[in-house]
Design a protein around this ligand. Structure first.
Ligand code: ATP
Length: 518
């Protein structure tokens, strides 16, 4: 069986249509033409999403004695976002093309331009490698070939100008660079640009109270709900440093240039954990969490070379280390998770803005301090997308037919087992229902009587069900069934009494959680 090769665009289209056809993801309010960059999870999608969230939650809270969870509100006091810096600083530099009326993130236009230059460099290097054969010295050639040197200089100028423009707020520098590089609008092809302006990414709304109205924000990240509850949790849970607080929940960002399906949405879900440590010990824990978080991704069965760490070159002013975990999508390595050493910035700011002490008394050191924080922050929807790219496979079978199979880790699969009576008569459905009623307490089970068994197997393959149990006439006499494995398509005759154990072994949380620590 061979996976069929597809180009990235084809693969994306295939994933989006598969998600719709099999009840994973629908465009939001589709009967009204949908809402840009907002999606709804369907009957199979919600199961997978719940499982991914549970996997994260267990890996944090159940696996660590010193991490607890909370569920803070989406609405928070507006001062929270002043203190966190989001009111003044959480914005993207945008530029409009006057001809196409399309709006772009100015930094992304420049980064896309850098990618194009990098592709040109690669082309030059390929050509040279062919020309010089075995004697080709790639490094030396890159350093001395005038074309490549000049390309690299342009890449650097873009980095420097972006950094300077964003740090000083002189957005004219960015516009000037876009003009100098003659970057054109991908839609109109023209260079007729407006000035670059900053757009805040937070959505605001009003809250009415007896003393009037106040402006509130929909939270753009879940982390602040953890910071403002730091003392509540520490005191009520008698937590001792180092300890962590985790939470999952919706976050909202007015992403103007939302694209790539659930990769960048206006409403999405984050899973964040803040780990509070002694000042000076943060980099030790930063390394610890880098390793644990990478293992979390790999434990789902992904090949090691599909992930990489990408250190932030431009650190936020409050961070002393930051790295992204990137997954190799067919359209390039992209961030799926961030790990940040945030110093004591957030707690200090909340202390300043609220006037409440955000300190911890360390009994071992006999001193008070504001703890330092390591944050791990991952997008649940992006991980969902990774699962689709990684595991949705089209295979050519030995008989020449093709099948679409979603080879998700069994512990994460929306349904664990499908119970399928071969025929809809002669007591087979009743026997099958009995098995369903037995297994449903432990596993999310699917029951289906319609269509040929082959078609039913294909449908379960497409939603990732690791096991199918088929009930036939022999079952009634011998109390046995056919167990079919999703990945190998192997079929085994087993006793009904063995089902529970066989399924358990493969779908248990242990089967995935214990790989994180390996
Ligand atoms: P990006 O650079 O891709 O915009 P970010 O650096 O702003 O992401 P963070 O603020 O660090 O992202 O958020 C943590 C995680 O939340 C990201 O790694 C990503 O998985 C997820 N995330 C962020 N923005 C979105 C979005 N608009 N849609 C879906 N997931 C998102």
């Amino acid at each position: 069986m061979l996976p069929i090769k597809m180009n990235p665009e084809e693969q994306f289209k295939k994933i989006i249509s598969h998600c719709k056809e099999y009840g994973f993801i629908f465009p939001s309010s589709e009967i009204y033409e949908g809402l840009a960059a907002v999606y709804d999870y369907g009957q199979n999608g919600v199961e997978l999403k719940n499982n991914l969230r549970t996997y994260w939650w267990k890996s944090m809270i159940q696996m660590h004695q010193n991490i607890v969870g909370i569920d803070a509100s989406i609405f928070m006091h507006p001062k929270t976002w002043k203190a966190s810096g989001h009111v003044d600083g959480f914005s993207d530099p945008m530029i409009d093309n006057k001809d196409s009326k399309k709006r772009y993130r100015a930094d992304q236009l420049l980064e896309d331009h850098q990618d194009k230059i990098r592709a040109k460099i690669e082309k030059e290097l390929d050509k040279a490698a062919k020309r010089f054969g075995d004697s080709f010295n790639k490094e030396l050639y890159s350093e001395t070939n005038p074309k490549i040197v000049s390309y690299n200089e342009t890449i650097e100028i873009i980095d420097d100008t972006l950094k300077k423009g964003l740090e000083t707020g002189d957005l004219g520098l960015i516009k000037q660079l876009i003009e100098e590089l003659e970057i054109v609008c991908p839609v109109s092809g023209s260079k007729n640009w407006t000035d670059v302006r900053q757009f805040n990414l937070m959505y605001s709304t009003q809250m009415t109270a007896t003393d009037g109205e106040s402006e509130l924000y929909l939270r753009p990240e879940t982390a602040q709900g953890i910071f403002v509850n730091f003392l509540n949790v520490q005191k009520s849970g008698r937590m001792k440093i180092p300890f962590g607080i985790a939470q999952t929940g919706k976050a909202f960002r007015n992403e103007i240039v939302a694209r790539q399906f659930i990769m960048r949405m206006k409403e999405f879900e984050q899973m964040e954990m803040q780990f509070f440590v002694r000042p000076g010990e943060e980099l030790k824990y930063y390394e610890y969490w880098k390793a644990i978080r990478l293992n979390w991704h790999l434990a789902m069965g992904t090949a090691t070379d599909k992930y990489r760490f990408h250190d932030h070159v431009k650190l936020a002013h409050y961070a002393n280390a930051a790295v992204d975990i990137e997954y190799h999508f067919p359209f390039g390595f992209k961030e799926v998770e961030g790990i940040h050493s945030r110093t004591n910035f957030d707690l200090s700011r909340h202390q300043e803005f609220s006037g409440k002490k955000m300190q911890y008394f360390d009994t071992e050191l006999n001193e008070n301090y504001i703890p330092y924080v390591i944050e791990t922050s991952i997008g649940l929807d992006r991980i969902f997308l990774v699962q689709l790219f990684e595991n949705l496979i089209e295979e050519t079978l030995e008989n020449g037919e093709t099948r679409t199979v979603f080879k998700i880790h069994p512990a994460l699969a929306p349904f664990k087992v499908a119970i399928l009576p071969l025929l809809k008569k002669d007591g087979l459905p009743e026997f099958a229902q009995k098995i369903y009623n037995e297994l449903k307490y432990d596993f999310q089970c699917f029951y289906e009587e319609k269509d040929t068994i082959g078609k039913r197997y294909r449908r379960q393959d497409a939603i990732g069900t690791p096991f199918c149990v088929t009930i036939d006439y022999d079952s009634l006499e011998n109390m046995d069934v056919t167990l079919r494995y999703r990945d190998s398509m192997e079929q085994k005759r087993i006793k009904v009494s063995e089902l529970q154990d066989i399924i358990s072994q493969q779908v248990s949380w242990k089967s995935i959680l214990n790989k994180i620590e390996e």
